[in-house]
Design a protein around this ligand. Structure first.
Ligand code: ZN
Length: 488
């Protein structure tokens, strides 16, 4: 079953100041295990090496058809630490420390590869047909371009292997597709980042019901303002806990890693067996291609256009409208986006929008992720017939297309003189997003972006607009094309 990377097996050296980059991917399945739990096992097992920086959790292109749950890969940077160590987790009652910098070269050849193999082979879900684990151990990380291609497009396995060659070793299992995510995870140089503290359950509790006090989760948004996507207030649902039988107890996301352990402790309820803080690309919008020349299936695009006609609700509760862009394209808010569909239904012909969504091949459409109303078209309603210039009497209509006529003096006025009133729109010029439970891992929640300048870099603890928080995990939205027919 195991296939060892051929071609080179250089003695692994870590040059001064450069840590070793360990990337792992595709070890989990839809049923249970989770690659981030495997990360805690790696940290526990590799305690002879220092962690340099936070462990990393990378979400890659959510539109890849063969992805498992969240298409997440992990990266650990290993070496000899320098600087003041800081806590990043707790495993087996012991604090896990990380260092800000890598000092003297490590001696990674002493059983490191074998130790990683042991963990990956113990904890991967080999029997799941869709799980194809791999790991890479690199002396220098690949160019960041590989990460950007993996988060926005599709990277071929050969391309990932080309990036690995000359930098270190890889191990792959089954079809080894995990080597793509494992390599891409090592190529990440954050432009923007968030953090997630993941707490894990004692093995005796795996598969049993989680007890997470809902009121404590609701309190997170105010007690720990740098956290986000905790609670779906629109649907009354706790969003920090998965609904799968995996070892994860809960995960709290936020901008300030120092707040997260206290946020976790504030929940009470089931006591975690272990926890680890990950640095991640979740909530960064890294997956979005802005101003694409064409809508390429499998990518997530941001495009600006004009609503061509009134939205319609189709079978299954999905809402569709045609957008005038370079190419006319249908935009769909699927049923799982819940209350967000009410915003989409309120759109009218002529509204100017910026839409963000995944491009689908069949039917050719954009699966809406969020939208900005840039300009609202006036929506007018005919309130009545005009009055006569001469005698002031309300005029009469002379047939459907004919002019208005005064019955008293015979004066005429054209149809366009009808009295119209603007209808209230119920939406305004701003960004809209689905409830927390319908958001993608990578999608930047509006809570993270400043009003009016969504692309502004979020740094440290910049005060942000408070907005109702919802959940996440929308990456489980069906990725198979839904067949719909629109009547337009
Ligand atoms: Zn008149």
């Amino acid at each position: 079953m195991r296939c060892v990377g051929r071609g080179l097996n250089p003695p692994l050296r870590s040059r001064g100041g450069m840590p070793l980059y360990l990337g792992v991917d595709d070890t989990d399945s839809l049923r249970g295990m989770c690659t981030t739990f495997l990360a805690t096992e790696l940290v526990r097992t590799l305690s002879a090496w220092d962690l340099i920086g936070y462990p990393r959790l990378l979400r890659l292109n959510p539109n890849i058809p063969w992805k498992t749950r969240g298409n997440g890969a992990i990266c650990l940077r290993l070496g000899r630490g320098r600087g003041r160590a800081f806590p990043v987790g707790a495993i087996g009652g012991r604090t896990v420390l990380a260092y800000p910098r890598c000092g003297a070269r490590a001696s990674p050849s002493d059983g490191l590869v074998e130790a990683v193999e042991g963990v990956v082979e113990t904890w991967s879900e080999f029997e799941d047909p869709t799980t194809n684990p791999a790991f890479v151990l690199l002396e220098t990380p690949p160019t960041p371009a590989l990460y950007w291609r993996a988060v926005r497009g599709i990277v071929a396995k050969e391309e990932a292997l080309a990036a690995v060659r000359g930098r270190g070793i890889w191990r792959e299992y089954k079809n080894g597709r995990g080597v793509i995510g494992a390599t891409a995870a090592t190529a990440w140089r954050p432009r923007d980042r968030t953090y997630e503290i993941l707490a894990y359950r004692h093995p005796s509790r795996w598969g049993t019901r989680r007890t997470i006090p809902s009121d404590a989760v609701q309190a997170l948004d105010t007690s720990f303002p740098s956290t986000f996507n905790n609670y779906d207030s629109e649907n009354g649902r706790v969003a920090v806990a998965p609904r799968t039988p995996c070892p994860v107890l809960c995960g709290i996301r936020g901008d300030d890693p120092r707040e997260l352990p206290a946020a976790l402790a504030s929940l009470g309820g089931e006591r975690p067996d272990r926890w680890l803080v990950f640095e991640t690309n979740q909530g960064t919008d890294d997956h979005i291609t802005r101003n694409p020349r064409e809508a390429v299936p499998g990518t997530t695009v941001e495009i600006a256009g004009i609503v061509a006609s009134h939205p319609t609700t189709i079978r299954g509760g999905h809402v569709v409208f045609p957008l005038r862009w370079r190419e006319p394209i249908d935009v769909v808010a699927y049923e799982p986006s819940k209350q967000f569909r009410a915003i989409v239904r309120a759109l009218a012909p002529g509204d100017r929008l910026r839409v963000v969504g995944a491009v689908r091949e069949t039917p050719r459409s954009v699966n809406l992720e969020k939208l900005e109303v840039i300009g609202l078209a006036p929506l007018l309603s005919k309130a009545g017939n005009p009055a006569c210039f001469h005698c002031g009497k309300r005029m009469k209509s002379s047939g459907r297309a004919g002019p208005f006529r005064c019955r008293r003096c015979g004066t005429r006025r054209p149809r366009s003189d009808a009295v119209v009133v603007p209808l209230p729109r119920g939406i305004s010029t701003r960004w809209y997003e689905p409830p927390v439970g319908s958001r993608r891992h990578l999608s930047m929640p509006l809570k993270r972006s400043s009003p009016g300048s969504r692309n502004e870099r979020v740094v440290g603890r910049t005060p942000r607009r408070a907005s109702p928080s919802f959940s996440r995990g929308a990456d489980t939205v069906p990725t198979t094309a839904l067949a719909f027919s629109r009547a337009l």
